[in-house]
Design a protein around this ligand. Sequence first.
Ligand code: ATP
Ligand code: MG
Length: 302
Amino acid sequence: MEINLTDEGTDRETGKSQGSRQSDDAAVNLEPEKFQQPGPAAEKEKVFEVDGVSVSYGDSLAVKEVSMDIHKGEVTALIGPSGCGKSTLIRCLNRMNDLVPSAKVEGSVRYHGEDLYGDTVDPVQVRKLIGMVFQKPNPFPKSIYDNIAFGPRITGMKGDMDEIVEKALRGAALWDEVKDRLDTNAFGMSGGQQQRLCIARCIAVQPDVILMDEPCSALDPISTGKIEDLMTEMKRDFSIVIVTHNMQQAARVSDRTAFLMTELDATEQNRWGRLIEYDATEKIFTNPSNPRTEDYVSGKVG
Ligand SMILES: Nc1ncnc2c1ncn2[C@@H]1O[C@H](COP(=O)(O)OP(=O)(O)OP(=O)(O)O)[C@@H](O)[C@H]1O
Ligand SMILES: [Mg+2]
């Protein structure tokens, strides 16, 4: 698939790029058949090739030399203790770190083979193709309908807006709950509904990838379950990268899992995050190669 990251590449007709057309850190104990079976990485199409990526904030290194490939049609989970750089790393995948003045990203991130940080790449186009859902639902102070229609309108998507809105809300498993109150303010929804609204808002502009940074940590278990089911549905159409503190969740929803951990220098004054192990989720949770992964997923450290 060829994806055009420059603004000129946007097909105004469809809004698509031309040419592409709860934090519970308990040990995980799932039945082997419950794991997703991603198949050999070598045979999978790569969405991202992260190569030697380091991120600093000012003088302080936050993530050091991370290399990993992220595959199409999969859910990829980033796990690890607080402060190990999961959010920093996921923000490299849609250039959200550009918005943090002190952040400096080194190394290379290729997106469908193209340098995501190349001179001709339009960050606005990047964030349309690679959408993001945050920890805390952040609907706009507008009606449910206008929350969804906002993105398609500003990106100039053509087509029947009612249909676009319905499709996005159905895609986020929210339609039946809100179809009779589309003109009411989104702030009147429950937290779980607001988060599904944010997912619907994200998918309305037909992205290629959805990044989710702890999307369920502010939600109750029922809403969390709905969003987990949704991720499994959505990965047919979108590649998903999720940061989660909930290891049960990573084990349930993801195909591949990356474990990051904080490393200290000899003085113990400076710390940064490193990628310790990245593999099929089943392997990470049942038979990891690195003892530090084993300690973390078994709940010995955290
Ligand atoms: N905007 C920022 N400015 C300065 N330092 C930052 C900024 N964002 C993150 N950091 C630092 O970078 C390191 C990694 O933080 P990051 O938020 O990526 O970790 P995390 O793994 O997402 O943690 P958590 O699980 O608590 O969300 C931390 O030392 C943090 O203090
Ligand atoms: Mg974080």
